[in-house]
Structure formats: C-alpha cells, structure tokens
Design a protein around this ligand. Structure first.
Ligand SMILES: C[S@@+](CC[C@H](N)C(=O)[O-])C[C@H]1O[C@@H](n2cnc3c(N)ncnc32)[C@H](O)[C@@H]1O
Length: 219
C-alpha cells in the first residue's frame, strides 16, 4: 500500500525541523492564536485539532482554555512522537491519536469544535472531500470547524511564494488551495455560514483563516 499522508514538510527526514522552521518563518503561534480566538471555545467544549503535527495548536488551545478537553489527531506516528515529547515536557493533559483525517475514529457528534492548521493542502481532492464529510459527521449539530490553510494568492508575489510549499508538499494536493476553492468544498460537504475571516501575507504565500458551521438540528 502506498503512503496515505504527506509528512509535515513533505519528507520524513525533515519532520524534526518543522517547529523551528515555522516558528522562524510564518510566526505560527500568531495566526494559531487568532484561529483559537475566533473559534469561541468554552470550558465544556470537546475540541479536536485535526492534523495536529507537533501539537502546537492543541497545546495553545489547552493554554488558552485550560478546562477544555482537547484531542490531537495526526496520521504520522513520527510527528506524534515529537508531539508527545512536547506535551510531556510541558506537563499538559492532551490526548494524541494516530489516524487518517478522512477516516476519523470517533462517533457521530463527538466534538463541539474542530480546529486545524495547515492540514488541508496535504490532502488530495478526494481526501479533502472525505475529510470534510468526516469533520461534519464528528461535529455535533451547531458545532464549528475553524482552520488555517493556504488560500488564493492575492498577487503574483504571493503565487510565486506558494511554489515553495508546492515543491515540498506536492502539486497534486494543492490545486484547490491555489484556486481558493476550500470554502466551496465546505459548502458542498453540508457546512453553513462558511466564511474566510482573514487572509494573511506570509513568505510562503497567502494564509486564509476559514470558519464554517454544522447547522443546528432545528435549522
Ligand atoms: C504542515 S503540517 C501541520 C501540522 C500542525 N497542524 C501545525 O500547524 O503545526 C501537516 C500535518 O498534517 C498531517 N497529515 C497529512 N495528511 C494527513 C492525513 N491524511 N491524516 C492525518 N494527518 C495528516 C501530517 O502528518 C502533518 O503533521
């Protein structure tokens, strides 16, 4: 069987450099903090960090919302090993699960919020569709998805910058990002109130923050 996921920086041997690289280049904690702020998490919520990688976002959620139950999921056991080390060093209470984003090991309606940072450009078109349908399934009615990922380039500088991400992570998993088609895929998966909330300029291209809702039961 072929590989079922693209590692954090495209190649396994680069995974250990992921944290220092993103810290120095795109100031990860800055946009992740905005993502957590816009997500309206409350203490009783159950939150999933989808494609958690080294658990930076999951740990930030725990830091900003210490009462909230947070689960991190990633398909790569190597990156989860790094995540586990970070979690233990900080002494944080965080569940980490190894599974594919498009086959989530959770019952229907298990989460109030699903947050995700830089996962979707690692998924092929069909995987994106399956993942969104899985996220919709595991959210409770009225639950929300908030994610950050590469969006449509505002100008040729941003388009050129994004080529570096495409060389690392692949050209097959990124056309929907280039076209800015992720919000449309969300609507097709059944989400409502789909909105790009922010578009940030980074040295790797435009980063879009997106929110969407699973309609409440009486909608
Ligand atoms: C660019 S990294 C982002 C990591 C983390 N969310 C962050 O922002 O620091 C993308 C992550 O998605 C994971 N991933 C890629 N394809 C996946 C899949 N099909 N299922 C689960 N995780 C996947 C990779 O292993 C990697 O850790």
């Amino acid at each position: 069987m072929g590989r079922r996921y693209i590692p954090a920086l495209g190649y396994d041997w680069l995974t250990r450099f992921y944290d220092p690289l993103v810290r120095r280049t795109i100031h990860e904690s800055g946009f992740q903090r905005r993502l957590v702020e816009q997500s309206g998490i409350s203490p009783k919520h159950r939150v999933l960090d989808l494609g958690c990688g080294t658990a930076s976002l999951a740990l930030l959620i725990r830091q900003m919302h210490p009462q909230t139950l947070v689960v991190g999921l990633d398909g790569d056991p190597r990156v989860l090993h790094i995540a586990k080390g970070k979690t233990q060093r900080i002494g944080a209470d965080l569940a980490l699960h190894c599974a594919m984003a498009f086959q989530l090991p959770y019952a229907n309606g298990s989460f109030d919020r699903v947050l995700s940072s830089l996962l979707f450009h690692h998924l092929g078109a069909e995987e994106k569709r399956k993942t969104l349908s899985e996220v919709w399934r595991v959210l409770r009615p009225g639950g929300e998805l908030h994610f950050a990922d590469w969006g449509k380039a505002e100008d040729w500088r941003m388009r050129t910058a994004f080529l570096l991400v495409q060389f690392l992570d692949g050209f097959k998993s990124t056309p929907e990002n280039v076209r800015g088609a992720l919000p449309k895929l969300l609507s097709q998966a059944g989400f409502v109130n789909v909105r790009e909330t922010e578009r940030l300029r980074t040295i790797f291209g435009n980063l879009a923050l997106v929110r969407a809702r699973k309609a409440p039961a009486n909608f």
